[in-house]
Design a binder for this molecule. Structure first.
Ligand SMILES: C[S@@+](CC[C@H](N)C(=O)[O-])C[C@H]1O[C@@H](n2cnc3c(N)ncnc32)[C@H](O)[C@@H]1O
Length: 346
C-alpha cells in the first residue's frame, strides 16, 4: 500500500517501526555533489550500456537522472547525454542533479518520448536536414540548460587559502567590489564546495526547461530506455494490489511504442538498452521475441495489438539480466536487455 493510501483507509493495522533494521544513517543532503545513492541494478544498467567518451547518448525516460548522471560520469563528461522526460518538474530534477554533480555534457528536455522521433516535414521547415545532431535540439539554442545549470555563484572567496583556522574571513562582493563583509568559516566552506561542485540541488540557480520537438532518426550512438513500468520489483508494490491484468497489458503496449522510437533513433551499429524495475515478463522478456534475433534489423512496427507473455528460451535468457527481489542478492527486481543494432533496412 502506498504511504498516502495508508491514511485513507478507515480500518487496518498500522505497524510502527521502533528498531531500525539497518543502522545506516540517512544520506539526505550528506556529501551533496559527492555521492548519489543508486540501486545496484541501476548502476549495472549504465555500465552495460557501455557509453564511450565523445558519443551521443539518448536517455528517453530520464528523471530524476540517476542513470543519466551515471552515464555522463562513465563518459568522463565528454560527448553528449540527451535526457528526456515528459514532466516539466522532473526535467528540473535532472538539471538540478546534473548541476549538483558538476556534469556539463547533460542536456535535458521536456518531451513525450512516444513522439521523440522528429517528423520529416518539421526537419525541412527548420532547414536542419543536413546535420542530424543539430536538428535534435529544437528551441534550445538561446539557452543551453547545461550552462544554466552551472551559473556562477554570487560571491568569490578572496582569502580562501590563507587563514582557514579563524572563524571569520573577508569576502568581496562581485556586485559591490569595494564592499567587504565577514563570513563564517562554515559559509566559506559551503561556497568553496559550491564553486567546486556547482550550485548543488538545494541551491540550484534555476534555468529554463527546454521543450524539444524531437530528434532525427539514426542520430544517437546509444539509447537507454528505462521504461515506465508496473514497478513490481519495488518490493512493497508487489503487495499493493494496484495493478490489474489490464493495466499490466497497458504498460507493455506503452513500452513497445517507446521501444519503436528507440529503434528509429539509434544509428545502425548502435546499442539500445531496455530496462524496467518490474518482474512482469510481459513488460520484460516478451519484448524480445517481438524485436527478434541477436540484432535489430530495420524498424519494428506493431502489426497488431496481441499481447504475449512468452518466456525466453534458455539460450535467449542468457542474453538478458534479471534481478530477482527474492534472491539472496538483496536488490530490487529489475530487468535489463541490451540490443546491438544491426544494419537497418531502407
Ligand atoms: C523508471 S522512471 C526513470 C528513472 C530514471 N531513468 C533514473 O534512473 O533515474 C520513468 C520516467 O519516465 C517518465 N515518463 C513516463 N512516460 C513518459 C513519456 N511518454 N515520455 C517521457 N517520459 C516519460 C516518468 O516521468 C519517469 O520519470
Amino acid at each position: 500500500m502506498s504511504r498516502a493510501g495508508i491514511f485513507r483507509v478507515p480500518h487496518g493495522i498500522a505497524v510502527e517501526m521502533t528498531e531500525r533494521v539497518y543502522q545506516l544513517p540517512s544520506f539526505n543532503d550528506v556529501l551533496e555533489g559527492e555521492i548519489f545513492l543508486q540501486n545496484l541494478p541501476s548502476i549495472v544498467a549504465a555500465r552495460v550500456l557501455d557509453p564511450q567518451p565523445g558519443e551521443r547518448i539518448l536517455d528517453m525516460c530520464a528523471a530524476p537522472g540517476g542513470k543519466t548522471t551515471a552515464i555522463a560520469i562513465l563518459m568522463k563528461d565528454k560527448g553528449e547525454v540527451v535526457a528526456l522526460d515528459r514532466s516539466h518538474n522532473k526535467v528540473m530534477d535532472i538539471l538540478k542533479l546534473a548541476a549538483e554533480m558538476d556534469l556539463n555534457c547533460i542536456k535535458a528536455y521536456k518531451i513525450d518520448a512516444l513522439k521523440s522521433v522528429r517528423k520529416i516535414n518539421e526537419e525541412t521547415n527548420l532547414g536542419m536536414e543536413d546535420n542530424p545532431n543539430e536538428a535534435a535540439e529544437t528551441m534550445a539554442e538561446d539557452s543551453d540548460p547545461c550552462h544554466a545549470a552551472h551559473a556562477t555563484i554570487g560571491a568569490t572567496a578572496t582569502d580562501a587559502g590563507e587563514d582557514s583556522s579563524t572563524t571569520t574571513i573577508v569576502q568581496s562582493d562581485e556586485q559591490k567590489p569595494d564592499s567587504k563583509r565577514y563570513v563564517s568559516k562554515a559559509e566559506l566552506r559551503k561556497n568553496l564546495r559550491r564553486m567546486k561542485n556547482g550550485p548543488g540541488r538545494n541551491n540550484y540557480s534555476g534555468g529554463r526547461v527546454e521543450k524539444s520537438k524531437g530528434f532525427l532518426p539514426n542520430s544517437f550512438d546509444r539509447v537507454l530506455l528505462d521504461a515506465p513500468c508496473s514497478a513490481l520489483g519495488l518490493r512493497p508494490r508487489l503487495f499493493a494490489g494496484e495493478e490489474t491484468l489490464e493495466s499490466l497489458k497497458n504498460h507493455a503496449t506503452y513500452q513497445r511504442r517507446m521501444f519503436d522510437q528507440a529503434v528509429k533513433l539509434v544509428r545502425p551499429g548502435g546499442v539500445i538498452l531496455y530496462s524496467t524495475c518490474t518482474i512482469n515478463p510481459g513488460e520484460n522478456e516478451a519484448l524480445h521475441p517481438k524485436v527478434g534475433g541477436p540484432g535489430i534489423v530495420g524498424s519494428w512496427e506493431r502489426s497488431n495489438k496481441t499481447y504475449t507473455e512468452e518466456w525466453l528460451t534458455e539460450q535467449e535468457a542468457e542474453l538478458v539480466q534479471r534481478f530477482d527481489p527474492s534472491s539472496s542478492v538483496d536488490t530490487i527486481g529489475f530487468f535489463i536487455a541490451k540490443f546491438e543494432v544491426g544494419q537497418k533496412e531502407g
